[in-house]
Each structure stands twice: as C-alpha cells, then as structure tokens.
Design a protein around this ligand. Structure first.
Ligand code: ZN
Length: 452
C-alpha cells in the first residue's frame, strides 16, 4: 500500500506505508473492524500527511490490467472527523480487501442498518461454504497443478476451516488488544459476544446471515444441528448444486485432542468427534492438546445416508479464558504476558504514552521494498504513541522457539524484512546469541526510549 500524488502527476509514487500504518488504516476505516486509540492516532497522522501533501492512498489488493489504475482512496472531511473514500474513477478494491467497504460517516438516527447488509468475505475462500466434492471418483485430467509454491511456503499452513475461524476472530477484533488508555483484554463471555455480533450483522454474498450457518452454542446436539441444516436447505437462495451446506460450531474448548473437541460449560462437558479428525494449529500427535484453552470450530454436514455427522474440526490455542487472544505456542503466551505487564508498568509511571495497542497478526502480511514483495508473519506488533508530537514507535516482537540451524537461517531472512517495518525485538533478546538480559527489561528500555 502506497501514498501517491493526487495530481502532478496523478498516481505518482510518494512512499510505501509501513505495516503498522496499513493495519491502522484497515482497522479504523474498514466496516468490519474495530480499532484502538493507537490505531486512530496513527490513521489521523496519515490523514494529516495526505492533507498537507495532497496525497492519496493506493491500495494493492488487485493487480490492475495494463494502463489501468489501482484503487485510490482520498481523504474526506466529515462532520465529526475525516475519513477515507474510494476514488470512483480509479480501480475497484478486491472484495476481500478490508478497504472494500469503508466506514461512512453515519448520519441520521439509524446507525446500524448499513452494517447489516454487508457481506463479510473470508480470507482464502470464495465463500463460507466449501465446494461440493464430486462423488469419490478419480479423474486424473482434473488434477490442477500447484502453482506459486515459493509463495505458499512462507504462509503458515492453515486449512480452509481454520481460516473461517480466524476471519471471524479478526472481524470480532479478538486479535487486537488496547493496552492503554483502556486495557481491553477480552474474557470468554465478551469474546463470544463479539463473535455473535459479527455473525448477526454480516451476511454471505447472497444475503444469508452468518448466524444461520455459524453458532456459538457447543451444547447443540445432532437433532438441533439437523434443524438448522433443514432451514438452510429449504432456503432457495443458496446454490446447492456446487456448495456443500454445513453448520459450524465455534467456541473456546477446554480439551482438544486429534479425535475430539470438548467444551466445558457450567461444569458440563460437551464433546464433538469429527470423522476427519481435528487439525490443531502448530501441534503434532506428540504434543496435541497441551496449550488449552483453544478456539475451536467444528463442521457438520449431512452424509449420503441423510444423517447429520461431524465432518472436521480445527483448533487454535488462546492465551487463556480471561484473555482470548490466539497464540501459536506456549512460549508465545509467556511473551504476550510479559508485554502486557511491561505496558502496564510503563503506563503507571509519570508521563505515560498517549496510547498503546497490540496486534496478534492472524494472516501473513505483505512487505514491499523497491517493488519486491515479501510475506512476513510477525508474532506480535506493539504500537506505542508518545505524548506530544513524538514519533509513533512500532515494535515487531518475535518469540524464538528453537536454535536449529535451519530455523536460525530462515528466521534471519524474515527478520531482515521485519526490520524495515519496525523495530524488531526478539524474545529472548539478542537471539540467536545467548543474552544476560531478560526480555522484560529489554522491552521496557525500548518503550521508555520511544516515549522519552
Ligand atoms: Zn483494496
């Protein structure tokens, strides 16, 4: 995503936005997302720069045809605050782009109607329902060769079912934490409420509410699910010739193994056993289930025999039931807790920063330099907004798991890319060298330097 000139000459490159700036624009201006105070500060700073230098934001969600423009967004001054608007004469955003549906300044006394008709497009799929498989028969002519392997390699392998869960978690703002001025860790109840809000205010492309397919009620039995499926099946607006109708159950599970996902609600256990087993993010059979609790999603389908069955499951560890941010490892939970405590300490001192926010990226991010794209997937991004007009600091924080040579080499390359997007901090500090310093004191010294 770039800043480009509005005229003289229209579209001329000014500079590339850093990842934390792009994230803030997505959070603040996308209809799907929620933002923290730090995001708003970052976005306002960008709007100010656009205003002063007469710039537009050029989005990179599409690859335009020869001679056409990428989507441009301009700043418009609203009654309450400035916002972004798509320049209609420029290219159109991709439907999956967070800026595809920009927040408009809401007028009148009916503020919710706008959100109700907007489809939420999941990352990595054309729609929320999977393609129907042809009856089990192999036709070698139909095997599609895999392309762009090198690109695929860098993206964390999350199955389509997992991407649905992560898309909802992101839309519900559960991978973002405001650490100051308000501390916004979301516990189980608030997290489920936020997901339910997304489900009841967003639709698929054809207008079906997500709440007709997804439920946060893990206590539903096969009979209840059968009823939900029947309702979907009787709806005439779904193209059932090529889409598999499914019901999804989402929740925070207590126990996860390769065979089952168990929810504990008011002391009662509710077990789901997917026939195609459970895929657990970053875990193999030797350590499956060691990071509870888990964000979990289960897919129910109707079988050839007409009976409802649990088809597949996916689980992704959460920090805890009091702080439901998704995490990739136990080590990452520790890093996250050090970050939260350190920020709390900083904010209780004299002259605290104006705002601090934390992002746990759930999808890979693009970093562009000299026209070359690299994909990175930082563990955490911490944005610190100092008081006054000091520069906003963006820390990219990486939890280092191993010191195997191959891992050190691979990380060395991605760390180089991360360093151009912000100040890279590793836990432990100085990795792969040994360090005397604790991550806590290392992080604190950097935050204090940023707000001085
Ligand atoms: Zn776009």
């Amino acid at each position: 995503m770039n800043l480009v000139r509005k005229k003289d000459k229209r579209g001329q490159f000014e500079r590339t936005l850093l990842i934390y700036e792009r994230e803030a624009l997505h959070q603040v201006f996308s209809n799907d997302r929620k933002y923290a105070e730090a995001d708003l500060r970052i976005a306002n700073q960008l709007l100010d720069e656009m205003d002063r230098k007469e710039l537009w934001v050029e989005c990179d969600c599409i690859e335009p045809e020869e001679g056409q423009e990428k989507p441009f967004n301009c700043e418009v001054k609203g009654k309450k605050r400035a916002t972004l608007m798509h320049v209609h004469t420029s290219g159109h955003h991709d439907e999956k782009c967070p800026l595809y549906r920009l927040i408009r300044e809401r007028e009148g006394n009916n503020p919710t109607t706008e959100a109700k008709i907007s489809p939420l497009i999941p990352v990595g799929g054309d729609d929320w329902l999977p393609e129907k498989k042809k009856a089990a028969k192999v036709n070698p002519a139909e095997v599609i060769p895999r392309t762009s392997r090198s690109r695929r390699k860098q993206i964390k392998p999350v199955p389509a079912l997992g991407r649905k869960l992560l898309t909802l978690i992101q839309a519900a703002g559960l991978n973002h934490l405001e650490l100051y001025p308000a501390c916004s860790t979301k516990g189980l109840t608030a997290a489920i409420a936020a997901i339910n809000e997304v489900l009841s205010t967003n639709t698929m492309r054809n207008g079906t509410y997500l709440s007709e397919l997804f439920t946060c009620s893990p206590w539903l039995n096969k009979n209840d699910i059968d009823q939900m499926l029947k309702k979907l099946e009787s709806g005439s607006d779904l193209n059932t010739s090529n889409k598999e109708l499914c019901i999804y159950i989402i929740g925070l599970a207590k126990i996860v193994t390769k065979e089952e996902i168990v929810f504990k609600i008011n002391g009662k256990l509710f077990t789901h056993r997917p026939e195609a087993r459970v895929s657990i993010n970053g875990e193999n059979s030797h350590n499956a289930g060691c990071r509870e609790p888990y964000w979990a999603i289960l897919e129910y389908r109707r079988g050839q025999n007409g009976m409802v069955y649990c088809h597949a499951g996916y689980a992704h560890a959460a920090e805890s039931l009091d702080n439901t941010v998704p995490v990739d490892s136990i080590k990452e939970k520790e890093t996250l807790n050090v970050i939260i405590k350190a920020c709390d300490f900083v904010c209780r001192q004299k002259n605290p920063p104006v705002a601090i926010s934390l992002i746990k990226p759930l999808f890979s991010m693009k970093s562009v330099k000299d026209g070359v794209e690299d994909f990175i997937h930082p563990d955490f991004i911490l944005n610190v907004v100092p008081a006054g007009d000091g520069k906003i600091a963006s820390f990219i924080i990486e939890t280092m798991g191993y010191d195997l040579a191959e891992y050190v080499e691979r990380k060395g390359r991605t760390h180089e890319v991360m360093r151009r997007e912000g100040c890279l901090l590793t836990d432990p500090p100085g990795w792969p060298e040994a360090s005397e310093k604790s991550f806590n004191s290392y992080l604190l010294s950097h935050i204090f330097k940023a707000i001085k």
